[in-house]
Design a protein around this ligand. Sequence first.
Ligand SMILES: *Cc1c(COP(=O)(O)O)cnc(C)c1O
Length: 385
Amino acid sequence: MIPYGRQDITKEDIDSVVEVLGSDWLTTGPNVKKFEEAVGKYTQSQCAVAFNSATSALHAACEALGLGKGDWLWTVPNTFVASANCGVYLGAQVDFVDIDPKTYNMCPVDLATKLESAKAEGCLPKVVIPVHFSGQSCDMKAIKKLADQYGFHIIEDASHAIGAEYNGKPVGSCEYSDIAVFSFHPVKIITTGEGGLATTNSPELFEKMNLFRSHGVTRSPDLMQGESDGPWYYQQVSLGFNYRITDIQCALGTSQMQRLDEYISQRRSLAARYSELLCDLPLILPYQDSEQISAWHLYVIQVDTLNEGPKRRQVFETLREKGIGVNVHYIPVHTQPFYKNMGFAEGQFPESERYYSRAISLPMYATLTEEQQDHVIHSLKEILG
Ligand SMILES: *Cc1c(COP(=O)(O)O)cnc(C)c1O
């Protein structure tokens, strides 16, 4: 089976992990710092905090921005459940903004309309989480403008987008946001096994996320109340979790970072090739803003767009029978039973739902070969031609 996504692990990656296994530090040690510095430098952000997952990083980001009971968090339905769950963890209420049918990202026009009515009803969001779907940045300038107007914070869910560029700057620079979060799950652009990281330009948010990652415990006298009892002393100054990533994982991450640009250019060529060779089929191919650079985490096609020809399910199952491990991203979050129990219903976010009914993610990863890609393309031609 050709998977829809997979990691690339080299001899150098393995050597760097094995080296850590023989060192003094397995968990938080020099390699965590090294990895944070590498991602911070790459994204041109001032601070970076690595976590054991992007989900943990999203939780920490929301907490650092003061999200809690009585507050609202808004995100999109077209995302992984973690982008919404992070608000629920903190007792906040979650709502959604529909996607733009062209980019599959948060629609700034819908956001503006929803903010206008929320203002009238006195329930403006404290935090908005745009998701850079498939690796292409949201319209951050428009979203930031609304943030300044209505006074909400922005966390970019950049789980798909390490290596992407927005307006000539790396995604994660936080030029138009408070915090950006990346995921290093093996299907993403680079991996640490499990892992995530938050970037910010605010030393204050950095400090809060740093504490949250490790029980709210500090050994830094600057953050303590009163005097230190001695060299062994630590204080718990707030409530946190054990969300630490290991030195073992970070050694892998630092090694992977060295190939990030190569990965992005491989993904871009594969995407260009799909788009060139599939353009005659009755499909909607991914839209690309020519001004931006996508990280191409996913290559999503939409089938059955004229309500004729084979349906998505049939195309999906036939591709699977041909050994092609296609997938679907995403089942709209508001249609999950957990969210339906909160009062959400089908029909509330029609663009996300329509998109979902037709979407298929084709295999897309840096080491996908042209032969494998040809098999995907020929199979689609057979089914749809
Ligand atoms: C993968 C992903 C996450 C969660 O990442 P983990 O590292 O698995 O916690 C969150 N949001 C989006 C959009 C993702 O794709």
